[in-house]
Design a protein around this ligand. Structure first.
Ligand code: IPM
Ligand code: MN
Length: 345
């Protein structure tokens, strides 16, 4: 596209600060002839307190008209836990069928990792985004009694598993190492685990060049720390993916640089790009949040829309900037300015 009609959701806490820098870098990287239009939406804690709304049908209709969505972070201690998570973020992921939750991990030169020896880390997690234990399928009986029973059913459909597994194979096929690991827990979760394993093995036949392996999720947490270099692409269930991508972020530069895309590959609905970190109310308003994760999320957004050269320019700029960053703390704005200057120049 030669124009981008972007929905911008700064959200709560540091969301406002980091999104401003993401937009600054986006404007700087786009060539003159690509027209950028943005519309800001006020979702998050303030809107919830003012109106009781998190995300209405009318909001979804409005968002649907955009090419993509850039999100900062949603969440505030003044809102009970779960309200914005379910009422905004998960509602949007489900409504727009964001079944590929893409979370790359790359340890860039100059960035410290808690892992001794600074291994080569460059993998991407394809986390399923619309099924598993996230569907809200469950219930409680005998609530508040010593005999309370709570269920939280993990929903896995052949359709949902196959499309995300296929997406992960295609991504592995397109990378130099062509490796794909299925991460699950099929020794205990026998119903869902066997569905995932069967579908994975079936789709593998169509991708003979891709080297595959299966790993239990508990073992994966060990290898992500002891041998992260062995991973190329990982495909996994929604909840396992949530957990291992925080671990992945921690070993590859921290959540200050972890980007993500909530992708609807068929483009029936706009995809949404967001830093993996949250709204960090403890440091909000101080201008010290690292906008790099948001800026890298902008790169994912550009690649999704087919602006590959611009996406690469941002990633190259971030790598160069991190390599030269040193220990002196820089403000949110200074990092944004430095990256905007690099991508423009
Ligand atoms: C994430 C977050 C969300 C998730 C929460 C806030 C609902 O942890 O994007 O990883 O669990 O998916
Ligand atoms: Mn998470």
């Amino acid at each position: 596209t030669r124009s981008i009609n972007l929905a911008v959701i700064p959200g709560d806490g540091i969301g406002q600060e980091v999104v401003a820098q993401g937009l600054k870098v986006l404007s700087a990287v786009l060539p003159q002839d690509v027209k950028l239009e943005t519309k800001e939406y006020d979702f998050g804690a303030r809107r919830y307190h003012a109106t009781g709304e998190t995300l209405t049908d009318a909001d979804l209709d409005a968002l649907k008209r955009h090419d993509a969505i850039l999100l900062g972070a949603i969440g505030d201690p003044s809102v009970p836990s779960g309200v914005l998570e379910r009422g905004f973020l998960l509602k949007l992921r489900f409504a727009f069928d964001h079944h590929v939750n893409l979370r790359p991990s790359k340890l860039l030169p100059g960035v410290a990792s808690p892992l001794a020896g600074q291994p080569e880390i460059d993998f991407v997690v394809v986390r399923e985004g619309t099924e598993g234990p996230y569907t809200g399928n469950g219930g409680t009986i005998r609530k508040g009694t010593p005999h309370e029973v709570a269920t939280e059913v993990s929903v896995n459909t052949a359709f949902g598993v196959e499309r995300v597994v296929r997406d992960a194979f295609a991504r592995a096929q397109a990378r130099p190492r062509k490796k794909l690991a299925l991460v699950h827990k099929n020794n205990v979760l026998t119903f869902a685990g066997h569905l995932w394993t069967d579908v994975f093995n079936k789709v593998a036949e169509e991708f003979p060049e891709v080297t595959t392996e299966y790993m239990h999720v508990d073992a994966a947490t060990i290898y992500l720390v002891t041998q992260p270099e062995r991973f190329d692409v990982i495909v996994t269930d929604n909840l396992f993916g949530d957990i291992i991508t925080d671990l992945a972020a921690a070993v590859s530069g921290g959540i200050g640089v972890a980007a993500s895309g909530n992708i609807n590959p068929g483009r029936e609905f706009p995809s949404m790009f967001e830093p993996v970190h949250g709204s960090a109310p403890d440091i909000a308003g101080q201008g010290k949040a690292d906008p790099t994760a948001t800026i890298l999320s902008v790169a994912l957004l550009l690649r999704h829309l087919g602006h590959n050269a611009e996406a690469e320019r941002i990633e190259t700029a971030v790598a160069a900037d991190l390599g030269e960053r040193g220990d002196a703390p820089r403000s949110t704005e200074q990092v944004g300015d430095a990256l905007a200057a690099r991508v423009a120049g």
